[in-house]
Design a protein around this ligand. Sequence first.
Ligand SMILES: Nc1nc2c(c(=O)[nH]1)N[C@H]1C(S)=C(S)[C@@H](COP(=O)(O)OP(=O)(O)OC[C@H]3O[C@@H](n4cnc5c(N)ncnc54)[C@H](O)[C@@H]3O)O[C@H]1N2
Ligand code: MOO
Length: 401
Amino acid sequence: MRGERLTAAQHRLVAQLTRISESESIPLEAALGRYLADDVLAPVDVPPRAVSLYDGYALAGPVVSDSIWPVVGESFAGDSPPPLSTNAAMRIFTGSVLPDGANAVIAQEAVDRTGDAIRLNESISPGDGVRPRGADSRQGDCILEAGTRLDAPQLGLLASVGHGFVSVVRKPRIAVFTTGNELIQPGEPLAPGKIYNANHPMLVGALSRLGVTVLDLGCLPDDADRLRAALAGAATQSDLVITSGGVSVGEADFVRQVVEELGRVDQWRVFLKPGKPLAFGDVAGTPFIGLPGNPVSTFVTFFLFVRPAIRVLSGADPDIDRPPLRLPLAESRPAGDRPEFVRVRRTRDGAGQTNLSVFRNQNSGLLSSMAWADGVALMPVGVDLVAGDVVDYFPFEAWYL
Ligand SMILES: Nc1nc2c(c(=O)[nH]1)N[C@H]1C(S)=C(S)[C@@H](COP(=O)(O)OP(=O)(O)OC[C@H]3O[C@@H](n4cnc5c(N)ncnc54)[C@H](O)[C@@H]3O)O[C@H]1N2
Ligand code: MOO
């Protein structure tokens, strides 16, 4: 069987998940990377009053070139100036409140000032040089929707309307463990037949970058009883359980078997390389994702499946269908029989064009390829690609958001 199409599998996964119901009100300065629990309304207009865009002169009246205006008073940032009478100008600065009666601001470079009068060197229209009241946010309007991830610009917007606290979804608690009798913790001496556990720090690191609460259950042997106890315990304390290894078809691949006893497994064969075997289901009602053990497959499927799941648990859209970046390949690549995410790095050629260089060996066990790459590119199935052909490119940095 060739397996399910990637996006169909991703949609099937997220369709089975719902947002965490608990939310909390936290100070803005602690909210970076969190997801809004509710729509946020603006309690005030921003700016609260019309302000000047320039260092210049506020004008009250028809504004034509060569006209001469008396300058009466000044408005500094933070002042609340008195009204301006018709046919008069007020000295004003960028961000200062426009006096009532003024209808435009002319930049100081466009006037000649002599004593207490200015002559305009150009005509301007009513409203020029002015940021009107409510131009940014209007009182009562929804400025950010529930499910929005709070990055730096969103924190700035919330602050601009005066919100010191914000209601966010409780951080997802993600239980994670790796499996395999062959695994030794780094720092320990290596024994015959063993390898170091690379997926554990990789998964904990990726989860940490996504801003979730990590319930780190370490590494478990290929032992059904130990796995059963660990999975049952993890399910009671977390919103999602993820594992690496033990989801394939071998005799020692117990994870799938134990999840089936405790809950339910959709065993997938996703039409994808790497990351063909992947298990999804639940452990006693808690969602479960079993990632394949090959480290590259673990990393790629983490971002293809665990990240959308975490976003849905957080109340956000799963971000499955966002149009990818498109960049040309630096070299040719023969057609493959599955859609393949290959490890690539952006390079710039002599003509200044940004291209994607492909790692020389795309075996799914090679961590050196992941550490070298800055992203993956999707090779469509059955297409011989030549240098310069444009492909979808997914930078790792975008996956951490
Ligand atoms: N007969 C078949 N065999 C395999 C198939 C298949 O379809 N038929 N699929 C292959 C593919 S593709 C993958 S991917 C793996 C996935 O298998 P598992 O998820 O059961 O993973 P394991 O067998 O436990 O491990 C695979 C590989 O990765 C190494 N590994 C596992 N965990 C770690 C870790 N924490 N750190 C470093 N390396 C790890 C493990 O030693 C194996 O080499 O199945 C293929 N086989
Ligand atoms: O599908 Mo496996 O993930 O290629 O190594």
